[in-house]
Design a binder for this molecule. Sequence first.
Ligand SMILES: Cc1cc2nc3c(=O)[nH]c(=O)nc-3n(C[C@H](O)[C@H](O)[C@H](O)COP(=O)(O)OP(=O)(O)OC[C@H]3O[C@@H](n4cnc5c(N)ncnc54)[C@H](O)[C@@H]3O)c2cc1C
Length: 417
Amino acid sequence: MEYDDGERATAAAERARAFVSEVLVDVERDLRSETRLPRDRLADLHDRAREYDVFGPGVPEEYGGLGLTFREQVPVLEALGRTRIGPAAAHAPPWPDEAGLYALELAATDDQRERWLRPLAEGRLRSSLAMTEPIQGGGSDPTMVRTRARKEGDEWVLDGHKWWVTGGSDSDVVLTFARTDPDAGVHDAVSCLVVPVDAPGVEVHRDIAHMSDHVAGEPVHSEMTFDEVRVPEGNLLGEPNEGFAFFQRVLAHSRVWLGIEKTGTAQRALDVAKAYATEREAFGEPLSAKQALRFEVAEAETDLHAVRLMARDVARKITEGADPRTEVAMFKYRASNAVCDVVDRAVQACGANGIGEDLPLSDFYTNVRGYRIYDGADAVHKTVVARAAFDDADPEELEPLSRFGEPNTHPRESTDG
Ligand SMILES: Cc1cc2nc3c(=O)[nH]c(=O)nc-3n(C[C@H](O)[C@H](O)[C@H](O)COP(=O)(O)OP(=O)(O)OC[C@H]3O[C@@H](n4cnc5c(N)ncnc54)[C@H](O)[C@@H]3O)c2cc1C
């Protein structure tokens, strides 16, 4: 399938594809017993990525990256997403550093750029992002945020409890969503504070055990508390009390970013399944000759093509500086359901091997499932789409229709006269 990605992006995607198949597929297999990517191992992979000229696709050139626009990154991220370790290995970088990088690019002061953006872009610093809180704090409904920060002199003092902080215990700084105005409506009361994870009062309680814990390269998801944590006022990112809209903008980027790389994961799952079905025989012919299986593959390919087109549309709009909220919501739930469905079909097509660990499919299966929940569950995004859909509901559309007890409007069936 051809897409209008431009020369620079197409060439970078080809290099990324070679990096994955020639280097990373073997590393992925080795890592299956280790899961976490230690920093020294990651640094080695970054060197290999530089050899393939794919290090930092979206990282500005001044920080050693390729400086591709978000739209241009689409085919590159998809190529890297063919293995779960691809984005980290090429310092794409994966969530949450992708979000950290984007947030800092949007809002960092000159001083903050040197302190955090440069080392993050160069792969020397790790970030995480903390919004979600245990019951009854912020989750699907971020207006329920309970974490608070108050200003004392030239410091912010932070108190709160967050969990599911991806990369939390491995990160150096956590971008924390906290209420900074106790009186204003929540949309005008939240700020983003950059908190060093080793600051006094920050405690990481645990990395939460979950279904894709064992997947190669899977980051940790941490539960952390903040008890009277003091950070200088220079650690406020963006404008005070404008953090709500700011986080939404950052998350919109992440939602699309994640869908693109998981499209690569789903496509590789499908490619493995097609290869298996071509080789495996049953009832006197290859499985790939069975129409039932061919239709499964046809539907999966069609779904992924649709997701790719949506990705390119929404990535272009974000690149152009727009805030395509409805399209992001449409993309997020459509892409997350499509990748889960495609990987599930691939598992089924491979029989027992689908859930065995010789193939990467079982890892993919457990990894993609979370994407229907994080960055906004399906229902949350459908709510956004439905709101926009009903915004332009027009009662006039019903005008030409007959009502109960009224004469037929179609002349042929008219009973008048
Ligand atoms: C792998 C993973 C990584 C994560 N990483 C991060 C991170 O780095 N930082 C961070 O802050 N958070 C992170 N999260 C948390 C994630 O963003 C939240 O789990 C998500 O926003 C949902 O919040 P919740 O878990 O509190 O679910 P709840 O708010 O309790 O919602 C539960 C379910 O209710 C349903 N629901 C919600 N709203 C509606 C509605 N309006 N109508 C109908 N049904 C509805 C949905 O099915 C939803 O799944 C991560 C989660 C996972 C699984």
